[in-house]
Design a protein around this ligand. Structure first.
Ligand code: C2E
Ligand code: MG
Ligand code: MG
Length: 250
């Protein structure tokens, strides 16, 4: 798929909930198979991890996304870019250096690059990942805990790890209006993140009701179909105009 150029990137906007300002995007990989059509990353990323192909895929996703970030910057939008990092690569001591060299080579601003790692990945062996996480942090990358609430990371681990952002899993957001427990989990996650000095992002905001609850609970940023679905890089600028008019009309 990589050599046949069947992989490509989509980007989903991330928005500051209090001001409705568009500040960043999450890069999400896509595979358009010639006969099978679109294959979701939740299917092929685990396969790539099992078959030692994840490093190549990540090189592709990271370089493509950083290139696109540069294009937006030229167009006047200096956006933060979030990249999903497979836990398999959190053992690779070269990864932080490789990523840094590429960013420097193309003139990207490292402080505008966020590395996402899922909470379930962290649970297994946080001590072994710590070295790489600290290296990334020291180089100036942001670090984000993805799908928070789906794993069982201990509070002690969470406090020790150098994360700057926490993303509440979409399963909780989806039920925020109907399920008291989910509402409580969101509330506590926001409190916890803020106490630890982290920014909180809610993923999977599908309705205005979800947005309003998160706003009420003091969630910092949001991402979801209600604002925008993941889209090709060139669609971002036209979307910004739509978002501005939607926001000013309300
Ligand atoms: P994730 O990092 O948690 O990404 C968020 C997923 O939620 C994306 O699915 C996105 O399309 C979807 N989503 C966003 N807003 C909404 C919403 O309002 N409603 C619903 N129902 N879904 C929403 P996607 O693109 O299928 O990616 C699935 C997972 O695959 C990602 O979860 C991430 O863990 C992984 N992934 C995607 N791209 C990459 C990549 O480049 N590298 C690695 N290692 N993993 C990736
Ligand atoms: Mg993610
Ligand atoms: Mg997630």
């Amino acid at each position: 798929a990589i050599s046949r150029e069947e992989l490509f990137m989509h980007f989903q906007p991330q928005i500051i909930i209090s001001s409705r300002e568009f500040i960043g995007v999450e890069a999400l990989v896509r595979w358009n198979h010639p006969s099978k059509g679109m294959i979701p990353p939740s299917y092929f990323i685990p396969l790539a991890e099992e078959n030692n192909l994840i490093s190549e895929i990540t090189t592709f996703t990271a370089t493509r996304s950083i290139q696109q970030q540069g294009i937006w910057k030229e167009q006047g939008k200096n956006l933060r870019l979030s990249i999903n990092m497979s836990p398999k690569l959190l053992y690779d001591l070269d990864m932080p250096e490789d990523l840094e060299s590429y960013a420097i080579e193309v003139g990207a601003d490292i402080s505008k690059i966020m590395i996402e790692v899922t909470e379930t990945a962290l649970m297994s062996d946080v001590a072994r990942y710590m070295d790489i996480l600290v290296r990334l942090k020291m180089k100036g990358f942001g670090l984000s805990i993805d799908d928070f609430g789906t794993g069982y990371s201990s509070l002690q681990q969470l406090i020790r790890a150098p994360f700057t952002e926490l993303k509440i899993d979409q399963a909780f957001i989806r039920k925020s209006t109907t399920n008291k427990e989910c509402h409580t989990i969101i509330k506590i996650s926001i409190l916890l993140a803020h106490e630890l000095g982290m920014t909180v992002v809610a993923e999977g905001i599908e309705t205005e009701a979800d947005w309003n609850i998160l706003k009420e609970l003091g969630c910092d940023e949001g991402q979801g179909y209600w604002m925008a679905k993941p889209m090709p890089g060139e669609d971002i600028m036209p979307w910004v105009e739509q978002w501005k008019s939607k926001s000013s009309g309300e």
